[in-house]
Unconditional design. Structure first.
Length: 361
């Protein structure tokens, strides 16, 4: 399949749907995707409707904006209130509610908050405005972390002393281990294609080895996902859980060695707090000491108010795959994309946003 239409063929999708139905039989199966792009693609393309009733798809902690805890958001808000400070962020973070405010509200109140499309764009702002402290919000999984590492290396090379990173980077395999330790009842994972393009497929080997749970690294087109689901069904029916790569045109077992090397040069693993999962060992990435001059937390002291969670918000349960968005009393009422209560309604990769856009009756 070389052209985009071939990845979206209705005839092929129905053929895969029938193959899944025939192979699954009456066996109950639950699969979890841990990538927000998969969550949106599944909803947008009606993939749930193509599956038999005995196969359930649930969404996990695959949205980096959604799993970022309020403490981090509150710190970004506090930083935005400092004089001569610019907050540079991707657009998804603007409306995410913190404990008492959001970056969008702070911007409306006069905060110097700018939406950028890359970390290097934020670095360019710092270079052009040397009298201001420019803080980039490093929110993302392994997909975007190498680009932040490159920006830090550039800041060091060019001796740009007013550029800083607030590192809230997270890595996916430890979160999948935490989910498995919680006993979330799933028969297989759809592994994230973007993340896996960087880290490869080997970091998932612990899932079948330690938990007897298989996984398939999937692409993002409808037929990618359908084929990956058929591969998971085959694993369950044959009783042979393993790590497979459906997205082989992009993902290799070893990942991207160059990106991994750059990431490892600048960042090191640390324990990290995830919304819905709590503190997960070695699931975050902190800036190494050699780059500490550009570490926001070490270089820009700021008082951050105690974090609070919105009452009644079920984002944590949604991110654990325990709750579907419509089960939250706020969903579609008090909580909408224009007026979100929790982050899962804000992000373009959020599960609540996907349900609101594609499953509203």
């Amino acid at each position: 399949m070389k052209f985009i239409d071939e990845f979206r063929s209705e005839k092929s999708a129905r053929r895969l749907s029938e193959a899944i139905r025939n192979r699954a039989g009456i066996t109950e199966m639950t699969f979890m995707e841990v990538c927000g792009t998969h969550t949106m693609a599944i909803a947008r393309n009606g993939i749930r409707e193509l599956l038999p009733e005995n196969i359930t798809l649930i969404s996990g902690p695959g949205c980096p904006v959604c799993v970022t805890p309020n403490q981090t958001i509150d710190r970004a808000i506090a930083l935005s209130r400092l004089p001569d400070t610019v907050i540079a962020t991707f657009g998804d973070m603007m409306k995410v509610p913190g404990s008492h405010s959001s970056l969008d509200r702070e911007h409306a109140r006069g905060g110097n908050i700018r939406v950028v499309t890359s970390t290097l764009e934020a670095l360019a702002i710092a270079e052009k405005e040397p009298k201001k402290k420019v803080v980039f919000l490093g929110v993302g999984f392994e997909t975007t972390t190498p680009t932040v590492a490159v920006a830090l290396k550039e800041a060091r090379r060019k001796k740009i002393a007013n550029f800083f990173i607030l590192s809230a980077h997270k890595v996916m395999p430890p979160a999948m281990k935490a989910l498995s330790d919680l006993g979330v009842k799933i028969h297989g994972y759809l592994c994230p294609g973007h993340v896996s393009a960087i880290i490869g497929s080997r970091p998932y080997d612990f899932l079948p080895a330690e938990y007897g749970i298989g996984c398939v690294v999937a692409g993002f087109e409808p037929l990618d996902i359908m084929q990956a689901l058929l591969m998971l069904v085959e694993q369950v029916r044959s009783g042979t859980p393993r790590v497979q790569v459906q997205y082989s045109r992009v993902v290799k077992a070893e990942g991207n060695p160059t990106a991994r090397r750059i990431m490892d040069e600048v960042f090191e693993p640390c324990d990290s707090e995830w919304r819905g999962l709590g503190w997960v060992p070695r699931s975050g990435l902190k800036i190494r000491d050699v780059y500490s001059d550009w570490d926001t937390e070490r270089q820009i002291p700021v008082e951050v108010e105690p974090a609070q969670e919105p009452k009644g918000c079920l984002c944590g349960g949604v991110l654990r795959g325990e709750v579907k968005p419509p089960e939250c009393s706020h969903f579609g009422k008090k909580c909408t994309p224009d007026n979100p209560v929790g982050p899962c309604m804000v992000s373009s990769e959020g599960t609540c946003a996907a349900y609101f856009k594609y499953y509203q009756m």
